[in-house]
Structure formats: C-alpha cells, structure tokens
Design a protein around this ligand. Sequence first.
Ligand code: PLP
Length: 470
Amino acid sequence: MMNHTVSNKALFPETNQKIELLHNLVGKIEKVKQVVSQSKVTPKQDMQVFRRQLKSMDFNGTASLEEVIDWTLNHFKDGLVQMIHPGYMGLFNPAPTFPSEVASIISSAFNPQNCVWSHAPVSVEIESHVLKQLIKRLGLPKNSTGHFTSGGSEANATAFVGALSKIYPNFANDGVFAFKGQPCIYVSKESHLAWIKIAATTGVGRKAIRLIATDGLGRMDAQVLHKIIEQDKKEGNIPVMVVATAGTTNAGMIDPIKSSREICNQYNMWFHVDAAWGGALIVSDYYKDRLDGIELADSITIDAHKWFATTMGAGMFFTRHKQVLSNLFSVSTDYMPSNDAEQDLYVNSMLWSRRFIGLPLFMSLATVGWQGYAQHLEHGINLIAYLVKKMQGHGWQLLNQSDMAIACLIPPEGAHTPSQIVEKIVEKGEQWISVTKFEEQSVIRVCLTNGMTSSSHINGLIENLLEVSY
Ligand SMILES: Cc1ncc(COP(=O)(O)O)c(C=O)c1O
C-alpha cells in the first residue's frame, strides 16, 4: 500500500512539479492532435488488446501521472472517432474552439461550484451575463431567464416539466396525480427523439408523445398538428406542449414557428423551440431571420456544444416564465449557504452541483464576438453549398432545402445505395459522414459544425464520393 505522504504528493503535487507536468502535457496534446488530424478519422484501436490492458488495471498497483497521461493520450489517438479531424463532417459534435478548450482547463483547475452564488459569485455572474446577451439576441422579453444545462436533453426535459407545471399548477406537489387525463407532447416525426426518454422519465409515459407528420420537406405539418390536438381534446387527453424543432437533427429543417405559436395560444399550451443546433444562427445578422418567431416561445433550447463548438456538455435553457422554474426546483436546506431564486442555480434548475458550464462559450464569444461566430457558421454554410453544387453537377440530388450547414444527398440512379457509399467512405477513413432517412428516403448526410474543415477537405470528400459510388 502507498503511504499517505506519497499518495498525497501524487494527488496534490508541488507547484513546480505541476507546472512541469502541465507544460509537457500541452506539448503532448498538440502533437497527438497533429497526428490525429493527418490520419484516419475513424478509430484504429484493436479493442480486444485495449480491453485486456484495461482489465489488468485493477488499481491495486500505481503508476506515475506521466505514465497515465501517455497511456491515455495514446488511446485517444487511436480509439475515437475524431471530431478534431477536418474530415469529421458528421453529427453535431464539433471540433472545440480553442478558447473553449482553454476555458475547460481553467474551470477544471479552480473547480468552482456554480450552484450557489455565494460560493462562486464571479463565475455565476459570467454565466448570467452570457445568457442575458443571448436572451437579448433571441428577442425574448427582458425579464426572461436562462441557465446552462448538461446538454440539449436536459434543457428539453426542463421545458417539458415547465410546461406541465404551467398547465397543472399542482404538478410540482402532486406529480402524476395532478393529471386529469393523458398529457400529450406534440413533436414532429423528424424531431430529436430524446422526447421519448423525457416522456418515459417524467411520469407521463411514452404514449404521451405525438409524432406529427411532416410536409414532405422535413417540417412539421401545422394542419396535421391542429387536427391531432383537436382529436386528443375530443378523446379527453390533455394537450400540454408543442415543440418546433429549429434545425432538425437529420436535415436542418425549421418547423413552422409562428403557426405553432398560434396553435398553442388557441389551446392554452406551452410552446417550446428546440434549437439545440440551429439556434446558433442568431449570431448571424444575415441568417438570424430564419428563426423569426423564436422570440414568441415559452422556452428555448440551444446547445453551446453544437454549432457554437464549445467543449461538451454545455446546453442552455431559456424561458420567459421565471416563476415556473422556481416553483418546480425550489428547495430549502440548512446546509446550503443560501437559497435565493434570483441567483442560486440549484433552486432554479435540475442540477445541483454543477461545473462552470458557461465559461467555454463566454471565452469564445469574448474572443471573436458575434461577428466572429457568424463567420464560423457562414463558413460551414458556404462549404455545404459548394459541395451541393459540385455534386449536383455530377447528377446527385439534394433532398433538404436547409439554410444551415447540412446536406441530405442522394446519388444518381445506377450508383450504390447511400448506406453502401457511406460505409465505403467511413472505411476509407478520410472523412466521417453518415446515412439517415429524410422523408422516408435513405440519404447521405453531410454536416459542418467543424470549423477545421476547408474547401480542400470538401474537394477530398467529393473525390471519394465519386470514386466509391459505382
Ligand atoms: C434538435 C436536437 N435536440 C436535442 C438534442 C439532444 O442534445 P444533447 O445531445 O446535447 O442532449 C439533439 C442532439 O443532437 C438535437 O439534434
């Protein structure tokens, strides 16, 4: 067994030793990143070998931190789908902005407890400032509020419990016993299906979800929505919330925001906009009108760790109904230094202990401003437009008419299927793209949240797509 002095020195080394370790670490990380960005985007690790190694680490022995760092970096190099690779044109997982990477280092070093203002006045107020600036840009009323979440799923779950407690004022006390019928959530069939998990875990059950048909262009059909709500009312079910997705996961489509709001007004329902990825468009003066009507929402989800490209997990929840949050989440305990609904996050949100989630977005915004971020977004949008134009020239078709940096493509007749093509691209390992369904049709999905990708990487993708298609 290690004696206490030795273990204490390993867990909490002297300053000089830490400086040396961190200095070396930064160099090592950057070297590994360089190797990663020039090799395969897909994992090359032999997982059987890895599992054997991992199994042998039963923590009865010890190692130097340097050894553990090298081991970890080595496996990061070979054992991940690499978001930091410029060929990663896949899901909404970004190569993180460098300011956000730095922010994560700083906040880990100090580990502030952001759940209570008195423990972390500066970091709580930095988060609150960023959120206020976003509230302004979103056009929400001045007295709206927001908080950082672990991700989009938590923000969406917050929207739903908020809606339940607005419609059933007794929900926070009585839970499911407050319901006088089956509560229903209306989302498009193209929405992100975390809604199903949310329904299952909030006590309303999976059957609360109404997956509304789309209009053939990937957007929720407002007429069908209206009809299904009417039907539910006739059957004694209780329509609680409509969700418009602004930037669908498959195709970057935007559901009809204003007509969804009108329907919610008509039936006294909560209106949520899930803009987890697409919400970042508010930074661009040119593109932000695509989200018109978002300012009318009862609540909004935007993830910083998607198109804002911060380190994970950084979601955001906004609402015009401050009171709803404090009704739901307020608690009073003797061991917490305070419970002020205005500034103590543990009495306003689902999490209790929380990291300084907002620092990566703050440091990125402070470094490049709205305009710098707008350039990041527009760079992706332009590259996708370039890809689409080139592929159309080769007889490919674009199925989604999105203003965002995402294309759902199908190859010409006679070519391999989208899944065969994607399988070959991923096997080659120069790019990572995916196959999905758009309006029931199998498509190749290329998405650019990645700020490291340039036109030469898109040219590489075009070359490979043409090569593996027949
Ligand atoms: C539209 C949409 N909403 C919500 C989510 C869930 O977000 P998270 O993965 O941060 O929980 C996603 C994830 O891709 C999404 O695309």
